[in-house]
Structure formats: C-alpha cells, structure tokens
Design a binder for this molecule. Sequence first.
Ligand code: PEP
Ligand code: MG
Length: 326
Amino acid sequence: DRKKLSKLRKTPAVTKDGTAITLLANIELPEDCPPALEAGAMGVGLFRSEFLFMGRTGPAHKLPSEDEQFESYRKAVTAMKGRPVTIRTLDIGADKPLDTVEHTALNPALGLRAIRFCLAEPQMFLAQLRAILRASAYGPIKLLIPMLAHAFEIDQSLAMVEQAKAQLRDAGKKFDPLIQVGAMIEIPAAALTLPLFVKRMDFLSIGTNDLIQYTLAIDRADHEVAHLYNPLHPAVIYLLASTIATASKAGVPVSVCGEMAGDIKLTRLLLGMGLREFSMHPTQLLAVKQEILNSDLNEIAPHMRKILKAMEPAAIAAAVEQLRGI
Ligand code: PEP
Ligand code: MG
C-alpha cells in the first residue's frame, strides 16, 4: 500500500470534480523539509519554531540567537525550493515547555503561553521576528502567530512586525516588505469573533488540537480525559465550519494545521466545509491525497447540511462515516 501511495507523490491533489487542493507539511526543524518534499508537500503550512528553542543542553543552554534562528529559517525556505514556508512564532508553554524559562503558571494551558509570552518578552520576540524577516529575503515565507484571542493582541503583534522591519531597514538588512502575517485560530473566542481576524490578517490557520482542548475543556496531554477528546463534538464542528465559511466569504485564505487535517476519516468532512488547504505531518500527505483524488465535492455537498445541523453525536458519527462510503 505504501508503494501504491508513493506513486501519488507528483500527482496534483485535485478532487474528481476538478477542485485543486493545497497539501502542506507540518515541520519542527529544517531537517524535516527533505522528507516533506519526498512526500509531495507543496510547501510548509506550519513550522513549529519552538522546537529550535526546546531541549537545548550544554553551554548553549539558552535561547537561540537571532543569527542562529535566521540560519534555521533560511535553511528551511531554501530546502523547500520556492515553495511557501509558514513559520509560526514561538508557541511555548503548556505542552511545549522551555528548559530555559521558568514556567510558573497555575494552569499552563491557560497561562502566559505562546503570543502572550512573546508580547511580555518584546526583545526576544523582536529577535525572532527579525530572524524570520531576514530569511524572507531567500524565499517565500509567511508569519503565523499562535494563540491570539484579543483584537489588541493582533494589533500589538502587527505593530511589532512593523517595528522589526524598521530595525532591519535601519541596519540595511534585506527582507520581504510584503510578508504575509496570519493568525492561528485555536481559541474558541477567536473562532467566535472571526471578523476581528479577517479584517486584520492576511490568512488564517485553524489549530484543531488546541481548539478542541479549549472548546471541550480537556487537557490534550491528559490520558485520563483522552476519551473525551472528540473532534466530532457538535461544538467543534460548528466552530470549524463557521470559521472556514466566514474566512472564505471574506476572501481570506484559511487552512487547518491541527491533527484533524491529516486524518483520512475526516478529509471529506473538511472538504465539505469548504476547506481547500490542509497542513499535516508529512507521513499523512499521500494518504490524504488519495482520499482527495477519490472525492467529489458535488457528491459531498448534499450530505453537509445534515451534518452541520446535527446535535446528536451518534448521528454526526454515522453521517461522517457515511461520507466515507459515497
Ligand atoms: C494546534 O493547536 O492544532 C496546532 C496545530 O498547534 P500545536 O499542536 O503545535 O499546538
Ligand atoms: Mg496549538
């Protein structure tokens, strides 16, 4: 089966009715780029930059410098040979702690994590923004901000991007002045106030891992509640469908980069919601592509109204299962 899938590496991801779908890779380090290309990735939809900051030992037991980060980002965008690379700014805290930072939050998942931490540490954040901007002189890079919930956080983040650009201009360093900046939609409050985001951002990426965690109030890393972690909970389906619909209507590109994007049992559901961009672990890319090649949006469409209106979990599960069989 692996062999059969590998034949699809260069096949364009197009549904039976002729709709082109963008399939991107999630990576943690620049070294993940060659295997992503090998799996046919059209770009990187999520570079989890915190992995450059985690697990650091020895004398370099500190945050990576701007230059060190720049080299990593440049290496990734060069390796992708002209394909877009979306770099997410530092998303530390909760399930991704740093050894170099004292995490003292009473509840790490609800504490000073991700963009909240970055806005509280402006020098560190500016260094990362400069490193990403400098790498954008070497290939198409997009900037993705995690865990935004408030309009003022978006505005502060965008102002800091402009500040980093001004610093680079003063230093005579090259960057892409039109770099696109996007938001992770992974807090229910963000999904429920999407007009604030589409107005301010160039693109959106839905982080279903955290969106499910925060919608259902279950720690995504806690085995004792793992049985409650249900991507098909009607509340999750509602938030996903409305986010995709609102963004699409506003003409703002939207992707899903959480685990749901790489689950072939959910590919048709997401297509039916209007999703055209999926980012996932590279090992899932070819299987999802195969599912897309076998899917017809015209056949999926009539099933969607029922799924989006359903409340009973058994009815939703049955309808999603039925979608797989059409
Ligand atoms: C997510 O939350 O869905 C996501 C893609 O980011 P992470 O898993 O790194 O939190
Ligand atoms: Mg997340």
